[in-house]
Design a protein around this ligand. Structure first.
Ligand code: ZN
Length: 464
């Protein structure tokens, strides 16, 4: 389903978070997928529905959509953790590689569409898809090398989500340009092949409303310094995303290779600027996070996945207080939802710092500050403007059902706090994307068909 230009129509909300703060009794007039008029303190007309509390849609800055199919399958104690006896990130990754033995284009598209649908239901109206599955299960390029890229684009079209396509460059298994492993065969390209993939991606997203393309060097493990140097040019002004410092082993290996920590090395050797998004950045020193903040780059935090994988905790409170920018990603997609991610982020800080309301600031509650940062940082990381609910902005709108008992007696920031900390996911009742209502009553309008297709794909990839 593709949002199409629509006739002018209005949506009425009992409150709305506008760029300059909360307003009561708001009417948004939508035309051609954008907000054409914003009125406040206006009475609801007899024919208008009260949609509750309006928030601007937020971008999910990091996802590997196909991993949604693995949710709940990697919670046993694995015997092969590279870090020793414990089940850790590296044994999770080994399971993910085995999972990739199955799964052709149809399965990848079905799983991706299902994940994108859940993102819309969870409050994400745009996705930066860090797309690194390029080859077939044998590790051979498809007849059309952009086959799987086209499937990601098709999944975005089927759900209506905004797409920032990030083709991933992945060429090596660890620092120093080491040959890739068998498990990585579906990810590998050379620089020429990758440049073609990026170019094909640009062609494929033509016609998808406000889609754009960037590049993603997978990590410092997977690219050499020369290859990394080619990336900003290939991005053509689009965003550049990279996994970095997610694991202590990665920090140790980087130190052994270069004498520097991963983020320290990146800041010294790459033109990191506001176009860059550093995914995870978990194991970071104060000098490193201050360096990232000074460059104006975004840190892509994935709190639920980082907790699920046992990665560690990024010092978000100190970083944000110093003006550091961050966005939120759903990464492994073990669970998908903006409120869940923001809650996990705040709670990880509280547990580390033994304090409350850690991400709040003088003017904003915890939930409001988290939401604003995720909105602004998400847009920046996707290379789009963070316009919010303003005249001329894309009509990407979330609506919380303020009739629910969990919102009784709440207004303004307390609504966002109650959603994030006290609500259930069905509190997010409606979502509009480019002016089209894609979530009604908490369910995506195409859920039935997308769910059936996902179920068929699962039966293939999970077959004994
Ligand atoms: Zn990732």
């Amino acid at each position: 389903m593709q949002p199409s230009p629509s006739e002018s129509r209005t949506l009425w909300f009992d409150q709305a978070l506008l760029p300059d703060g909360w307003a009561r009794s708001c009417r948004l007039t939508l035309a051609d997928g954008r907000i054409a008029v914003v009125e406040t303190e206006v009475e609801r007309a007899a024919h208008e529905v009260d949609h509750g509390a309006a928030l601007p849609g937020v971008a999910d800055v990091h996802s590997h959509a196909f991993q949604r199919a693995m949710a709940g399958l990697t919670e046993g104690r694995g015997p092969t953790g590279a870090g020793g006896e414990r089940d850790d990130f590296w044994s999770w990754r080994a399971l993910m590689y085995r999972f990739l033995d199955r799964g052709g284009p149809e399965e990848i598209e079905a799983i991706t569409a299902y994940a994108f649908m859940e993102m819309l239901e969870g409050g994400f109206t745009r996705i930066a898809e860090f797309h690194y599955l390029h080859n077939d299960p044998m590790g051979v390029a498809y007849a059309d090398p952009a086959e799987l890229t086209a499937r990601v684009v098709a999944a975005a079209r089927a759900t209506g989500i905004g797409l920032t396509l990030l083709p991933v460059f992945y060429a090596h298994s660890t620092f120093g340009g080491v040959e890739p492993t068998h498990g990585q065969r579906r990810f590998i390209t050379d620089l020429d092949g990758f440049a073609d993939l990026v170019e094909r991606g640009r062609g494929l997203v033509t016609g998808l409303p406000d889609a754009n393309v960037g590049v993603a060097p997978h990590s410092l493990r997977a690219v050499t310094p020369d290859e990394l140097a080619a990336m900003p040019g290939l991005a053509g002004g689009g965003p550049v995303h990279i996994h970095i410092a997610e694991q202590t082993k990665e920090v140790d290996d980087c130190l052994a290779w270069s004498g520097a920590r991963p983020i320290e090395w990146l800041l010294d050797h790459a033109p990191v600027d506001p176009r860059w998004c550093l995914i995870h950045a978990t194991h970071v020193t104060e000098a490193e996070w201050r360096g990232v903040a000074a460059r104006g780059a975004v840190v892509g935090l994935c709190p639920v996945t980082e907790a699920n994988l046992g990665d560690g905790v990024f010092p978000a409170a100190a970083y944000a207080e110093a003006g550091g920018r961050f966005g939120i990603g759903s990464d492994s997609n073990v669970q998908i939802g903006l409120a869940e991610e923001l809650r996990m982020l705040e709670y990880s800080q509280r547990l580390s710092l033994r304090g409350r309301a850690v991400m709040a600031d003088a003017g904003r509650s915890t939930g409001r500050a988290l939401f604003d940062c995720a909105h602004a940082g998400g847009a920046q990381a996707c290379g789009v403007a963070a316009e919010g609910l303003a005249v001329g902005a894309p009509a990407d709108i979330l609506a919380l059902d303020t009739d629910r008992i969990g919102f009784a007696g709440r207004s303004g920031d307390a609504v966002v706090d109650s959603w994030i900390f006290g609500g259930d996911r069905s509190a997010l009742k409606s979502v509009w994307r480019r002016g089209e209502q894609v979530v009604v009553g908490g369910r995506h309008v195409a859920r039935e068909a997308l769910e059936a297709r996902f179920r068929r794909a699962l039966s293939t990839v999970l077959a004994a």
